[in-house]
Design a protein around this ligand. Sequence first.
Ligand code: AMP
Length: 414
Amino acid sequence: MARKNNNNHNPVPIKDVLNKLTIEELNIKGKRVFIRADFNVPLDDNLTITDDGRIRSTLPSIDYAIDEGAKVILASHLGRPKGKVDPRFTLAPVAKRLQRLLGKEVIFAPDCIGPHVESIVSKMKEGDVLLLENLRFHPGEERNDEEFAKALAGLADCYVNDAFGAAHRTHASIVGITKFLPAAAGFLMRKEIEYLKGTVHNPVRPFVAILGGAKVSGKIGVLENLVDKVDKVIVGGGMAYTFIKAMGYEVGDSLVETEMLEFAEMIRKKLVKNNVKFYLPVDSVIAQSMEAGAETKLVTTQEIPKGWRALDIGPASVKLFSEALQDAKTIIWNGPMGVFEIDAFSRGTFGIAHSVADAYALTIVGGGDTDLAVHKAGVSDAISFISTGGGASLQLLEGNELPGIAALTDRKEE
Ligand code: AMP
């Protein structure tokens, strides 16, 4: 099937879902602008970046700031160095990759605060780009320490947050710093809000949510928020079996969260009451252990024997779910349909990835595992929008205000 391209589809005007300044509303001409990015990229043992998607997604904000003649100061965290300098988590490889992507010099500072960094900043010229060393080498970052935030703020005249993947964290470079500088959302942040918040706010219907992953408990907030907004809900992955058990069926040794049984039944009833179509797997790939090479069987979901557990949805479920997507105009997908990390249990997730990609709809994929799954399935180019944040995208879908967005400067009413 021909690939669609919905990338130009903006769900709702940004002003309807964000009452904060955006980068274009901040006058950054010739100013020192501190851009908080999410350069938390995967590195191999040789500190080579294995996926630079997160760096690329911040390029529009960086390019814009360069074009405006700003002095561009970039900052990020990488990994979990726990407040201490740890060479395994240096941002030096990011500086090199960024330099290649921008096609211009990126100055790399050996720290993110202090007199040496201040001296580097004081020598910057308009259009120069500086990357600071890992913010989490200082304990003040994760503690949202006021002195640390003030020291960061002292480097710049204004602040832009483009680190959507970290916007759910109350850290100094995300929240504390906004007390001292005018603070705006970058282009990536804006796009994430437009797609994730805007879509739920005003979806083109039919609006279908596909939820998967290990646990119901991880998706409670999303289910609660979407229950009266969607037209169809498809549940796959490990979390489906808590719903199936709650309906009175045996599910063998499949993942069941006993404490979630009541919630699952309550949500299912609410969906039915709201006339929302609700889909669960009708067949499952089962095994006795969650290992590559384990013997597998394909059974209808009501016939999972004791000692066996469901680790993927079967082909009939893929067909059922895909047909439910046929008339969708908006699809949000968060969570894999099975243990897709193991080949034998990956077909359900990849099958749904292809159906989502082929749907003639605005398609939005949550970050983390689902992002990985659509990349592995080779269909990422056919998805309208893939979020760069796992935890942050879930929180937006739960309808929560993210601390990093709440902290930005309010836009004045026109
Ligand atoms: P989550 O972080 O809740 O989105 O869960 C993602 C994880 O769920 C992935 O690592 C999958 O391997 C796992 N998963 C998906 N389906 C199942 C299943 N049927 N049983 C156990 N784990 C699953």
